[in-house]
Write a protein of this length. Structure first.
Length: 114
């Protein structure tokens, strides 16, 4: 399985997980010029949630959360700023991270307000 297909599979799993938790998915894979891409934008009640999804087949080479670097986080923040400019009706927001590990068994970890 290629890295792209692993990532897309992880995003589908994360979307399903969030919907089961009561979130409403607003957008997926929202791009902001060359700055960044927000994997999932969802509503948790009255809070807009920007979700970074990291998927790994296994944890042999590190956990998915370890792939969220300072520069990646800075790019996500730029995307949040640009999205908020486009959609000023949303007053409350947060950035979450979802880690998906596929093997040996499916594991989903959700960190809120990173």
């Amino acid at each position: 399985m290629s890295n792209i297909s692993v990532g897309k599979n992880g995003e589908r799993i994360a979307k399903s997980y969030l919907e089961k938790q009561g979130y409403t998915v607003v957008e997926m894979n929202k791009r902001f010029l060359r700055y960044c891409e927000i994997d999932i934008i969802a509503l948790d009640k009255d809070t807009l949630v920007f979700c970074e999804v990291k998927t790994r087949t296994t944890n042999i080479c590190g956990t998915p959360f370890e792939a969220i670097t300072k520069s990646k986080y800075a790019n996500i923040r730029k995307g949040v700023f640009l999205y908020k400019q486009e959609h000023p009706q949303y007053k409350k927001y947060r950035i979450d991270a979802l880690a998906i590990t596929l093997k040996p068994e499916l594991k989903i970890e959700h960190l809120k307000n990173i």
